[in-house]
Write a protein that binds this ligand. Structure first.
Ligand SMILES: Cc1cc2nc3c(=O)[nH]c(=O)nc-3n(C[C@H](O)[C@H](O)[C@H](O)COP(=O)(O)O)c2cc1C
Length: 477
């Protein structure tokens, strides 16, 4: 396993998983190429070099972990597994990683490649890096899309890594968009409630697992990354903020968020496929210090309508996290959980072996109120509970169950005023609060007459094998 992004890039090159793209423009070219490539199931990772207006060597990496092959590699899982097999393995590994995490707390070191260039005061110029204008109607250049925002809880000192978009305002100021309820946002609010400035560091390029875990709902991210890699993350205590930054990062910004200071942020093309949130005042980071390696690599991960480069990881992780959480809450016989990309990840499908009256609804209610998964689950709109003969990853199967095993008047319940976000295109503006509602659809056969529910048309496996043996080749059955 490589120790830093450079080592990982060399491995990807060897595995045929990396393409170098020369001569693209930071203004729209890089965004368009990345979105077209990121939407493909097995597109390669892209390393942009010789970017217009920037010295050779100042690179951008996109689609780093867009394909299953690179997801499996990053997590130390076998290659060639189906999505459900990957979720199954992840379900077993997640509790192990969580339990192991305390053994892999970050290791503080005194030096590392990130200290190759240290810039303060007037020498700070964020335009030194080729931050792209990703989508045509974005309100500015976004330097942080594939990054990790590092904050600390003033009460207790817990460090958090989160992925919250970072917009370039000027040579030493960036905007931060962290939704209410995220740990980063709560940290900022707690510092400010104490009348203090909030210290923050943003790592903009690093071993890709850092990005991926920052964007996933787990606690104590550094230790969790250490547990996955079975090796602690080396960190340096950043001089002005005191925050731990990865010693082998490519670029780190360090500075302060001042109470009450806001600038217009956005709009930004987001993962539901819309510019739902208009430009709005958002906190800013006054950057006092920039660290970077020679010839730094900035990681980008532009959101786009699904499927995008971020989809696959998020679907697999959220599905595994939600399934484990349901089991831990004591509900029996959950057979599969799928945070479907078909619904832009606002639809969660759960299959259960029904054991008692109300079992399916219980599962639906729990998932509808669950905080875990990722930002998709926070913005859930539909929870569909299906029987265990339905494959939750198969949209065709799920829609068949939905249409043939429900009576809408009886089987759809609506829970109102639930947690949503300004990214929801269905919330009219101006809005005082970003609420949505959740539809819980019980698409299971009615429990009270399960044994009398009409028999399905099915081809017995023996009969299928028999006719395939005789006519399969000619008819391609
Ligand atoms: C590519 C990507 C971009 C994201 N952008 C944002 C964002 O701009 N704002 C936000 O609040 N959450 C964003 N998220 C979701 C959070 O990173 C995610 O909910 C994470 O679990 C938050 O960490 P926390 O629970 O420690 O706050 C993004 C996630 C990904 C994968």
């Amino acid at each position: 396993m490589a120790d830093d992004l450079r080592g990982w890039l060399a491995q990807m090159d060897e595995m045929g998983e990396l393409r170098v793209v020369e001569g693209a423009d930071w203004n729209l070219d890089i965004g368009a190429i990345s979105m077209l490539n990121g939407g493909k199931a097995n597109g390669p990772a892209l390393l942009f070099d010789n970017i217009r207006g920037y010295p050779q060597g100042y690179r951008i990496l996109t689609c780093a972990v867009s394909a299953s092959s690179r997801i499996a590699h990053l997590l130390g899982l076998p290659q060639g597994l189906s999505d459900l097999e990957l979720v199954g393995l992840l379900r077993r590994r997640l509790p192990k990683w969580r339990a192991d995490a305390p053994k892999f707390s970050p290791r503080e070191v005194q030096t590392g490649p990130i200290l190759e260039n240290v810039l303060s005061g007037d020498d700070v110029d964020l335009f030194e890096f080729p931050a792209p204008n990703w989508h045509e109607a974005d309100g500015g250049r976004y330097i942080g899309t594939g990054h990790a925002v590092i904050t600390m809880d003033p009460d207790g000192g817990q460090v958090n890594l989160g992925q919250y978009r970072v917009m370039l305002h000027d040579k030493n100021t960036v905007g931060l968009f962290a939704r209410p309820g995220t740990h980063g946002r709560m940290h900022v609010e707690r510092w400010h409630a104490q009348g203090r400035v909030c210290p923050v560091a943003v790592s903009l390029g690093h071993y890709p697992l850092i990005t991926k875990i920052a964007g996933t709902s787990v606690d104590d991210e550094y230790s969790f990354i250490g547990a996955i890699r079975e090796k602690p993350v080396d960190v340096i205590r950043e001089e002005i903020t005191g925050l731990p930054i990865p010693a082998s990062s490519e670029i780190v910004l360090a500075g302060w968020i001042h109470p009450g200071e806001r600038r217009l942020e956005g709009p930004f093309g987001e993962w539901l496929g819309y510019y739902a949130a208009e430009a709005a005042p958002a906190p800013v980071i006054r950057v006092e210090r920039v660290y970077h390696r020679n010839d730094p690599v900035l990681i980008g991960a532009p959101p786009a309508r699904n499927p995008s480069e971020n989809t696959h990881w998020r679907v697999l992780m959220a599905s595994a996290i939600l399934h484990n959480w349901l089991e831990e809450s004591g509900v029996p016989d959950v057979r599969g959980v799928w945070e479907s990309d078909a619904g832009g990840r606002t639809m969660i499908i759960v299959s259960v072996k029904q054991r008692y009256a109300g079992h399916a609804k219980q599962v639906g209610l729990l998932i509808a109120g669950c905080r875990h998964g990722d930002s998709g689950s926070n913005m859930t709109k539909y929870v569909i509970v299906v029987d265990d003969d339905i494959d939750p990853t198969n949209v065709q199967d799920v829609m068949w169950a939905l249409c043939t095993r429900t009576d809408p008047a009886q089987d759809i319940d609506i829970v109102r005023r639930t947690w949503s976000s300004s990214l929801d295109p269905m919330i009219p503006r101006p809005a005082k609060g970003f609420f949505n509602s959740r539809a819980i659809i019980d698409a299971c056969k009615p429990f009270e007459w399960l044994d009398r529910f009409p028999k399905e048309i099915a081809i017995r496996p023996e009969l299928a094998a028999q006719v395939r043996g005789k006519w399969g080749d000619g008819l391609g059955l």
